[in-house]
Ligand binder design. Structure first.
Ligand code: ATP
Ligand code: MG
Length: 441
């Protein structure tokens, strides 16, 4: 699939060049190819005007024609072809007022980070570097092109992109670029919640070490702008016997870094599972009678707080439900070995159980590292899987007593027969089973 994308992008570039235009691969795909990573998509940049691009290819879409972006469709593949441009007057910190079409050297300078400002000519197999991108790729550095203050003032979302590229590529964030984010972070809320969330979840899902990325978001002042409710987690002490790793924030960082399976639901469940700890912290008696910090009811409080956060971030309703359920239930896992089988069956059968179990596993790994409850549940699940799944009985002892029966032994025998009848489909529903029971009595 990706090879086809590359082939089509090469074909489009060649068509433009044969018509006398300059045309290159641009941005992320050049970066990824030089890093030996598979590019997500191939973008083409050219000095041909949008109308000229449209005239050259049979199938196009005016994606962002005012900004010079035309989608060219070939063999089912869509490639964005953008005219070299300079963006002018970003008054709101979100999008440019207008654009001027320009040359490749200027188009490179309007891009966000040096490693994203490279071009590649597939015809001559050469990289065109007008902004020092190759050097930074080698040094593994994320550096804003030009003055980082100006660049982040133009487009505040770039601050989130800086963290994303730093942590998905495992690069370091250049000093002055980081300093500018620290100063301008308070501007971030001018960006729509949806766009901020998209970057945040990409960071949590795609980063090599999402916990380290969270540390950077906090250190540079971005977390405070996105999820201020999390700030009291920093420095929130916990009983060292349960949490040798340190404060609530540190515990969350460790869990995020331990994530193997990656999904948005799991990432937010981990991120927010203990957000209810700071508001519920009290000094109370521990099991040994000595005073210790307690967080009674923190799962329920955390669920409420998380729901408000996730709504504000505009996550889909279903995902919010799943995440909130996982957070609400996360302390039940401490008691599973004392639970009744029926309770366990219900827990294991829940739609959110795989999510909850993984959250619990990480919770253990991020603290005492003891997985006995996790192992117990896995074993229980395996045992259940090897047994046929039986429905709940329609008739119970209460029905018999209500019908005037009092002898335990007789009730037991009737219940057994009623359940057999149910399993063997001799009754259509509970009503029929009850009618049968009355008859027997
Ligand atoms: P990925 O697709 O993996 O997220 P990418 O680098 O391809 O990474 P895109 O968002 O697809 O990122 O953008 C393509 C290119 O457009 C970038 O490489 C960069 O050169 C430029 N670009 C994207 N967003 C911005 C922005 N907010 N400010 C400046 N340049 C940008
Ligand atoms: Mg891209």
């Amino acid at each position: 699939m990706n090879n086809l994308n590359k082939t089509i992008a090469e074909k489009i570039t060649a068509t433009l060049q044969h018509a006398g235009f300059t045309a290159y691969f641009a941005g992320g795909c050049v970066r990824d190819a030089l890093l030996g990573r598979t590019p997500k998509d191939y973008d083409v940049a050219t000095d041909a005007r949008p109308e000229e691009v449209e005239a050259l290819f049979p199938k196009t879409l005016p994606l962002g024609k005012a900004f010079g972006v035309i989608a060219v469709i070939d063999s089912g593949v869509t490639i964005e072809v953008a005219t070299f441009r300079v963006e002018v007057g970003t008054l709101d910190g979100r999008r440019p007022e207008t654009v001027h079409f320009s040359a490749a050297t200027e188009d490179a300078k309007r891009r966000d980070f040096t490693i994203n400002g490279l071009f590649y000519d597939p015809a001559t197999k050469t990289v065109l570097d007008y902004i020092g991108g190759r050097e930074d790729l080698e040094k593994r550095v994320i550096r804003a092109i030009g003055d980082p203050h100006l660049r982040f003032q133009e487009d505040h979302l770039r601050m989130m992109r800086a963290i994303r590229f730093t942590h998905t590529l495992d690069f370091s964030l250049e000093e002055k670029t980081a300093e500018a984010i620290k100063q301008l972070a308070p501007l971030l809320p001018r960006i729509s919640a949806e766009r901020i969330e998209m970057e945040l979840s990409r960071i949590l899902v795609e980063a090599r070490h999402p916990g380290d990325a969270l540390r950077d978001l906090a250190r540079l002042g971005l977390l405070e702008q996105i999820i201020p409710e999390m700030m009291p987690m920093i420095g929130q002490e916990q009983p060292p016997q349960f949490h040798p790793e340190g404060d609530v924030f540190e515990h969350t960082v460790l869990m995020l870094n331990a994530m193997t399976e990656r999904s948005r639901e799991l990432a937010y469940s981990v991120l927010l599972h203990d957000v209810g700890k700071p508001p519920t912290a009290t000094i109370g008696a521990g099991t040994d009678g000595k005073p210790r910090i307690r967080f009674d009811g923190h799962a329920a409080v955390g669920a409420t707080v998380s729901e408000a956060i996730l709504r504000r971030l505009k996550l889909p309703k279903k995902e919010i439900e799943h995440i909130v359920a996982a957070i609400h239930g996360h302390m039940r896992f401490m008691d599973v070995q004392q639970m009744r089988t029926a309770t366990l069956r219900k827990m294991v059968g829940a739609e959110t159980f795989p999510l909850e179990l993984e959250l619990h596993r990480l919770d253990c790994l991020g603290s005492h590292a003891m997985l006995d409850n996790y192992d117990f549940l896995q074993a229980f699940k395996d045992k259940m899987a090897s047994e046929p799944i039986l429905p709940d009985p329609w008739i119970n002892g209460r029905d018999c007593i209500q019908l005037g029966l009092s002898e335990g032994k007789a009730i037991g025998k009737l219940l057994k027969e009623a359940y057999e009848g149910q399993i063997e489909n001799r009754f259509a529903d509970r009503e029929e089973a009850l009618a049968w029971l009355k008859n027997q009595i």
